[in-house]
Design a protein around this ligand. Structure first.
Ligand SMILES: Nc1ncnc2c1ncn2[C@@H]1O[C@H](COP(=O)(O)OP(=O)(O)OP(=O)(O)O)[C@@H](O)[C@H]1O
Length: 250
């Protein structure tokens, strides 16, 4: 492999994506460290979703380098292979199994190669029970473990889905607008949860809610027209005239 060596967990360099001549990503470069959480902000159409699509193999870039762990060329792998490498994605709308209990949802998501049918019918191993207990604790749903997922609040469903993602033990989590539709308390709790996750795993979170981004207290990247417009602390990025012009000041 001729790829440059990088210590970053995720390394994007000069990535461009065109749709019928329109550049959704335009020479985008970005690096995420191990156990780093990064907030991605930017106006509608800035390329945030397209960037996530490139990282997960849903969209192939026309140009550029996308490396995971310094050696895996994400542009040459399909979505399943990228998920297997340890990149997990959570979309904005939660997709939990509403008719199943909270703990069964987590059990179904565990990485062990068992069919969902076998998982629900067969005895759980002690190890699986332990893992589900730990996940419930982590996503603050221990007291709701026997409730049907469909009965949870919107915020709790988001946490359950984050728990299902964690069950896959990803090295990098991509999370799209987790705070959308949440109460203020749920928003603050979600920031707490993501900070906790980022102690061991890397997290890239796309978000428009600036209160939430402030709560995260991490480095912020502002995208605009498919490239990085500004990067740094939220205070520094918020003070950037171009960021105010194209995004915050609207
Ligand atoms: N499959 C596609 N075909 C054509 N154009 C596309 C396609 N996907 C995205 N685009 C365009 O690329 C640009 C970037 O879109 P993208 O969804 O990545 O932005 P975004 O930053 O995620 O925006 P939002 O905050 O609204 O979700 C937009 O102008 C969009 O219309």
């Amino acid at each position: 492999m001729t790829a440059p060596v990088t210590p970053a967990l995720l390394y994007l360099d000069n990535v461009s994506v065109s749709f019928d001549g329109f550049r959704a990503l335009n020479a985008l470069s970005l690096a995420i460290d191990h156990a780093e959480m990064r907030a991605i902000i930017g106006p509608n159409g800035a390329g945030k979703t397209t960037m996530m699509d490139v990282i997960t193999g849903k969209t192939r870039p026309n140009e550029g380098i996308a490396l995971f762990e310094g050696s895996h060329d994400l542009t040459a792998l399909d979505e399943a292979a990228i998920a297997e490498l340890g990149i997990g994605r959570k979309f904005q709308t939660p997709t939990v199994f509403e008719m199943h209990s909270v703990e069964d949802n987590l059990l179904l998501a565990l990485k062990e190669k068992r069919s969902p049918f076998a998982t629900l019918l067969s005895r759980r191993t002690a190890q699986e029970r332990e893992r589900v207990d730990a996940l419930l604790e982590r996503v603050r749903l221990t007291s709701s473990r026997h409730r049907k997922a469909g009965e949870l609040s919107h915020g709790q469903k988001q946490w359950l889905e984050i728990g299902m993602l964690l069950a896959q033990q990803p090295k990098l989590l991509l999370i799209d607008e987790p705070a959308a539709g949440m109460t203020d308390q749920e928003t603050a709790d979600t920031a707490d949860l993501l900070r906790d996750i980022a102690r061991t795993q890397s997290v890239v979170v796309v978000e428009h809610d600036m209160t939430f981004v402030r709560d995260l207290g991490v480095k912020v990247t502002c995208l605009h027209e498919g490239s990085v417009l500004a990067e740094g602390s939220l205070d520094a990025v918020s003070a950037n005239e171009r960021v105010v012009e194209v995004y915050l000041g609207r």
